[in-house]
Design a protein around this ligand. Sequence first.
Ligand code: DAH
Length: 344
Amino acid sequence: MEDLELNELYEEALKAIDEVDSIEKVNEVRNDYLSKKSKFMGLMSKMKELSIEGKKVFGEAINKAKDEITRKLEEKRAMLEKRMLDEKLKREEIDVTLPGINYDAGGKNPFYIIQDEMIDIFLGMGYEIAEGPEVELDHFNFELLNIPKDHPARDMQDTFYIDDNTLMRTHTSPVQARVMQEKQGKPIKIICPGKVYRRDDDDATHSHQFGQIEGLVVDKNITLSNLKATLELFIKKMYGEKREIRLRSSYFPFTEPSVEVDVSCDCGGKGTCSKCKGTGWIEILGGGMVHPNVLSMSGYDPKEYQGFAFGVGIERVAMLRYGVDDIRRFYQNDVRFLNQFKRK
Ligand code: DAH
């Protein structure tokens, strides 16, 4: 009698396991058939009516049935878990053979490549970097550089005025005066890189905004030969050991004597080279010995101190180095131009 009931219950359990299709159901079926209040426990209670021998046989049969149900439930659970994992993997599958999204890395504008190179060369010679404002006072941009009001040299450097006394600086030279006032009597060895502004018509060699690097050395016993040696070293580092420089006398209100510096052309000065127009020399920068008035106006005794200074256009150096034909290319953000300077 009990055997029959056990068999029925066992079959019923197997059927229930068969129909299970989720982990929750596995737990439900386990509860129904194997927990303390389960149907099998109900059968156990009937054991007390059996003989000792009968108890033994029936007990073993129940345990066997329960073991079997436990095993089948675990099998089912493992199968369901595997199925869930397979589905999840399928859902999250990525196709590694699909082409990726190409994020193009940017590069440095050649203006900054050259500016950084120039700065490196001067840092290597022991210069420090100084900076000044781009919106500058007339006082620093002109007056302290020995260019009083109505001086004709102002005509060459017309600019954008904020008011009568404030303007967009026309060169980096005002930083000279600012640093001299700050260092009061102490030796100076600085470069000042930065943007400058002019009311120029934009063409292949002019722009209303461009970059300059100013150099200033003030100390005792500074001579023109120090300037020459410094610029020669700069040019050789920038353009190669074979390059020579040439100093021509010139005029700037803030230097005396003043020089225009030319670099030898790589064509050797023959024929109809467009870079040097056949002369063999290319004008690259201006410089000179700091004018005694400039020294004394900013607190240095010109009898005790001398200085040399120079100013060089960054785009000009870059154009010569890379053979760029038009200054505007630095500002137009044309990737066909810019990509040529990308570091591989
Ligand atoms: N400031 C000048 C200009 O922009 C360049 C220059 C010439 C700077 C001679 C100097 C110098 O320091 O000594 O045209």
